[in-house]
Design a protein around this ligand. Structure first.
Ligand code: ATP
Ligand code: MG
Length: 334
């Protein structure tokens, strides 16, 4: 029986962080055993808002790959590939651009939000505006049915399915398949500063390679309940970043539930909660940091993994492009 296909990816704009881990990476590690999984390092998408700084994207490709391996993505089970090594993705993007209106692209709430955050105004790169179309090309080229992502990606999945519907209706026989987002329990991890989303662009991350000291400092500075002044005061757990993180990362859910009750009643101090969180984050990150430090030493081996995965992915994506071109009636001269 064919295994269900997964496609996910990350922009090589910096090392991966805890948001990636709970939002998507942890699921990918679990799913790779019984799915046909492709993971794409989206360097072209990374360039859409780093067009003047290609070095940054170049340098972060092995960093992201080392993070994948450290988190438990196994290249024997998952095909890890590089977006710029798969020309079919760019060709599909060009074809899809003709069936998406400017008005539709402008309506994407995640892109709108990112444009505002980045303060682009009139300097907005065309490529950035249309990156959801290229993401649709990525997903559909692999004929992925499942996409494990954070909730910022829901508008991209919706837009992808619209493209699938429209494109299939133009083809002599339907070729593209609809996809479904797969959200984790923590579909949006807030930043260590309490901002709604941990994101490389916002500089509020705790990376999977954070040092002991960085983890300690981040937890110490974390936002709790501003009205919880004395230990004996009843505290609020909603919107309290320490509890959001305990929910996301602490393996003992019963213990966290008991801590919440105690905190809400009064008598449980922020320091104790932060110590509990720090211990759990130190235990989670330390082994990943160590594995990553080993992997990053051998960039040649990392690039060999990427080359091998990209070769496999090139065949799959080219086959889909050929089917689409044929379905559109474009002459196949090659
Ligand atoms: P950038 O700021 O450069 O866009 P990013 O931190 O948003 O970087 P991406 O590479 O855009 O990271 O995201 C890769 C994947 O990780 C996506 O599926 C995204 O939904 C998920 N993800 C990123 N940040 C979070 C988060 N804070 N919580 C849950 N999922 C997240
Ligand atoms: Mg992002």
């Amino acid at each position: 029986m064919n295994k269900p296909t997964i496609l996910t990816g990350d922009r090589p704009t910096g090392p991966l962080h805890l948001g990636h881990y709970v939002g998507s990476l942890r699921q990918r590690v679990a799913l790779q055993h019984d799915h046909q999984q492709y993971v794409l390092i989206a360097d072209l998408q990374g360039l859409t808002d780093n067009g003047s700084n290609p070095q940054k994207i170049h340098d972060n490709i092995p960093e992201v790959l080392a993070d994948y391996l450290a988190a438990g993505i196994d290249p024997r089970l998952t095909t890890i590939c590089l977006q710029s090594a798969l020309p079919a993705l760019a060709e599909l993007t060009v074809l899809y651009m003709n069936i998406v209106t400017v008005a539709r692209v402008e309506r994407n709430p995640t892109v709108k939000n990112e444009i505002a955050q980045k303060g682009f105004a009139r300097s907005l790169p065309v490529g950035f505006m249309v990156y959801p179309i290229s993401q649709a090309a990525d997903i559909t080229a692999f004929k992925a049915g499942l996409v494990p992502v954070g909730d910022d990606q829901l508008p991209m999945i919706e837009q992808t399915n619209e493209i699938v519907h429209k494109m299939n209706s133009l083809l002599s026989t339907p070729v593209l398949r609809h996809c479904q987002a797969m959200l984790s329990q923590t579909s949006r991890l807030p930043g260590i500063d309490g901002n709604a989303k941990m994101s490389k662009s916002l500089g509020n991350t705790l990376t999977l390679s954070a040092s002991e000291e960085e983890i300690h400092k981040a937890v110490c500075a974390m936002y709790t309940d501003p009205n919880h002044l004395r230990v004996s005061d009843p505290g609020c757990v909603e919107g309290n970043v320490v509890f959001t993180y305990l929910d996301a990362f602490h393996p003992d859910t019963a213990k966290v539930a008991a801590m919440k009750t105690h905190y809400q009643q009064g008598g449980l101090g922020d320091r104790v909660c932060k110590n509990e969180l720090e211990t759990c984050l130190q235990e989670l990150i330390a082994p990943m940091r160590e594995r990553r430090n080993t992997f990053i030493q051998d960039k040649g081996a990392l690039m060999a993994i990427l080359r091998e995965g990209s070769e496999r992915a090139r065949e799959v994506t080219q086959a889909t492009l050929d089917e689409v071109k044929r379905g559109l009636g474009l002459p196949m001269l090659g």
